[in-house]
Design a protein around this ligand. Sequence first.
Ligand code: BGC
Length: 748
Amino acid sequence: MKNKVLCLGAALMLLTVSCKEDKTTTTTADGKEVAAVYEGKELSDEYDAKIDEIVGKMTIEEKVGMLHGYSMFTNQGTERLGIPEVHMADGPLGVREEIERMSWAPAGRTDDFATYYPAGAGLSATWNPEMAHTFGKSIGEEARARGKDVLLAPAFNIIRTPLGGRTYEYMTEDPFLNKTLIVPYVTGVQEQDVAACIKHYAANNQETNRGTLDVLMDERTLREIYLPAFQASVTEAHAYSVMGAYNKFRGEYLCENPYMLQNILRDEWGFKGIVISDWDAVHSTKKALEAGTDLEMGTNKPSFDEFYFAKPLLAAVKAGTVTEAEVDKHVKRTLKLLFNLKAMGTAKDRAKGSISTEAHFKDAYNIASESVVLLKNNENLLPLKTDGVKSIAVIGANATAKHAQGGFGAGVKTKREVTPLEALTAKLPKSVTINYAEGYKTEFKPKKEMKFGEVTQEAKETVNELDPKMVADAVAAAKKSDVAILFVGSNRNYETEASDRKDLSLPFGQEKLIAAVKAANPKTIVVFVAGAPFDINTIEKEHSTIVWSWYNGSEGGNALADILLGKVNPSGKLPWTMPKKLSDSPAHATNSFPGGVTAEYKEGLLVGYRWFDTKNIEPLYPFGYGLSYTTFELNNAKADKKEYNADDTIKMTVVVKNTGKADGKEVVQLYSSKADSKVSRAAKELKGFAKTMVKAGSSETVTIAVPVKELAYYDVTSKKWTVEPGKYIFKIGNSSRNIKGEVTISIK
Ligand code: BGC
């Protein structure tokens, strides 16, 4: 079913990741390819005859029952034929708690606790495909233990604007990093006999007006930026289900869009699974069904019978406007999925899974501990030296906040979420006194009640006035302590599905609090817990030590504390650009966010760092950026040849030298650039990366394999991926802006 990553007992595992003939590959330190990894198993056709037989016995009512929601997270089964309901669950942060069959109210069960995993932004900040595979496998086991057939994850729409409400939940602004992590994730989930539901297909990059917005972009931008991770999930990981998004694309809703659902997804990519609508994303019966949506899910109608794919579908078949053969097609796809998942009555050996185990908490810890990004450490306040330290002030709501739940959308009911304060209390020597102060409250101004599905950009206004007593307590705690650590940032009520932020400002008056604490104790470390970029210019200017963490799962506090105390050396890298100001960001510079009836993606291909680097706009922190407690040099970048054919794979080697005193992991990043291209291209495009552990004082050679195919652009005339011959420059660095070497190669 899978080709697993082989560590082969190597002391050092170099994940050299690229896309080889559409497959992710891994190589060892000496450049040997150890395994073709993360190749999913295609849905098998072996049950087709059986499926035909079953469908032959089904009434039209039974067939139609399979194609629409029959409870909040299932369709209808047909017991007499051994067809179970398809059991679905969110979602990206862990398997969601059980809710009532007919309402969003919690079911109040005691067996639906789950591990809370780092949200997407944290996972992508690891830049580690092995972690993504661990994530998928671990959450897949939990989904099985909860009896699920489909996990409504991963969610990985491209981060087009830093304001996007789901930035924390999605992965990155870069299509290559996106697909390189999503393929192992999907593979990991599906190894557990659970279908991943990749979402939200596609071009669902904002929450504002998501239910009506018509997204317009040129074809190259669609193919080169917004689709690659969906494509690789289907062609490499063989994702078994796809979620049709809320919005429209080029005039048609995604759940009734033949170009996206039939031409691209099925005809071009060979998708054999089922298309599940986002909740309430279907707007028609005949059009949606015939375009390729297989299962209508949602909640907006008074009863499930009213769904477009329920009574209206029955009526359409009876009236002859939709054929029964059309209905059969969708029923058969769903049965194929159930057979392949070993979910049909007679199947044996289905994975049983496990949930909330220590092993899963460890998975969550490992991912979190590779995700934390050290933004600044000028006076080397970090790692915290506890020798001679008698007291530490721990200040800020995020020292004690829990983020497994909050805001709109899926959360996790978990028995464990270790906060930073709990972790520091457990890990600091007993001789160190912790002086805790909350510092600020996370309050919102009263607003009109929002209904599910109602989406506005101005949904939440925060209370930004600080409570003077709380500030005084924080200042007092900082003053009497040797060091102060501020845990600030955001939370999941502020960053949430169903609304975008209106600006980048730090909410809840935090900037003033941070300044007051710094004035009270110059040895102040600022730790952000957030999933999206914020305006931290002032803090950047005034503070020597800044750390960035995420909604980082059950073990997020432990991972963060281990980083602060130096047990773990930070190795996370930003998966998006942190702009100096919002208007520098492409969607805002081109005044094309949030749009109105339509949103035209005017920046085209120049999303994220592609825009900043092409237009020479300096970001606050670039894409791919992150420091370590040690220092690295990248030397001797070399390609294995000077000239390549279109089918070759370029093998680039780089020597990574750890020039500091601590062992650490560095992410070598390879960006391509083509100056004399006949088509417009970004100044730099990520084409490969490798995360490697290097011991203090040692050097390691990293090999990054880039199939020449990866250099192709999408030719809109021939409708083909095309590799332009000629010279390409590879820029090697540890962020999109810190380039340490260049290698020029040519393609015949
Ligand atoms: C979200 C989906 C989610 C679904 C079910 C929708 O609002 O967009 O990501 O899977 O709800 O909870």
